[in-house]
Design a protein around this ligand. Sequence first.
Ligand code: ADP
Ligand code: MG
Length: 338
Amino acid sequence: MTLDERGTVDAQGPYDTPLLQVDDLHVTYRTRSGDVPAVQGVTFTLERGGSLGLAGESGCGKSTLANAILRLLPTGTQVDGSVLLAGQDILAMKPGRLRSVRWTEGAIVFQGALHALNPVQQIGKQIAEPMLLHRTQPSKGAAARRVRELLEQVGLPGDRARSYPHQLSGGQRQRVLIAMALACEPALLLADEPTTALDVMVQAQVLALLADLRGEHGLSMIFITHDLSVLTDVCDSLAVMYAGRVVEEGPSDRVFRSPQHPYTRALAAAFPTIGDPASRLRPAGLAGDPPDPANLPGGCAFHPRCAVAEDRCRTTTPVLAPVAAGRRAACLLVEAAP
Ligand code: ADP
Ligand code: MG
């Protein structure tokens, strides 16, 4: 226990520690055909109220990283390093405590979660469930009032609580999922490509909603997408992942406007505007696909697709190093900050 700013004892987590500290995180899936090292040494810190964007093509380890933060990985998956959420060690936590932490301290809106709603239950009941389970509301009546409040917060009329999922549009269902994630007032919201399945207009609305919620409730967010341009609007800082590692990070507007790593440059060029579905599938100027984590090329994992790679890139693995104030990149060709 520590003393917070007001001089009172705070057992939940001292306010002077960052909300989330991920240190040298490694995640390896165990499969019949061998090990898949999907995340290989990721380190970052998220301050309270901060927002971090995670970018990178499909298969680069973004969802694995997000799921590891709340330990939502298949049984038997090897996880090393450390994850501290409000100072609490997630990787060492007992299952009961972990289940409660997943709603009350960190909640996730999954990629493709539009199918996650129960088709035969009214959405109000589905939103109320975690509140009653984790006793963040004292009674069914209080939970029902909170459901209406949450629906209004995400821009839906309160009486939508009685609707069934099929009576809502895709964008409305996505709002319901956000309301559900917010039900137990978590300090951290992980949004894993929450808008990828939506059309461009609805996507922009859902993003604006998330940005508002962040401002109003001091929510911290990790926002995942492969569309870099989306992240600059919603996030203070950006981390670009490639082959299970962070290859560039820094303040989002600066990373987007003057990307240093050749991979970030290709991504930034590929997404000049929000939500172009064609470039989303295959970023312009980037031939091929990210490598299979079980079979990474030697040296810099990006070198086979890199337009400026040199011989040394085939043999030397670059580490994240400072390139400017508050910015780091993992590329042998990027000049280090003095
Ligand atoms: P992203 O979210 O960036 O698209 P993922 O984290 O989903 O990336 O995947 C990273 C790598 O891990 C990919 O190569 C993917 O095939 C592999 N992977 C993801 N989930 C599993 C799993 N349950 N078992 C084995 N491999 C997996
Ligand atoms: Mg993913």
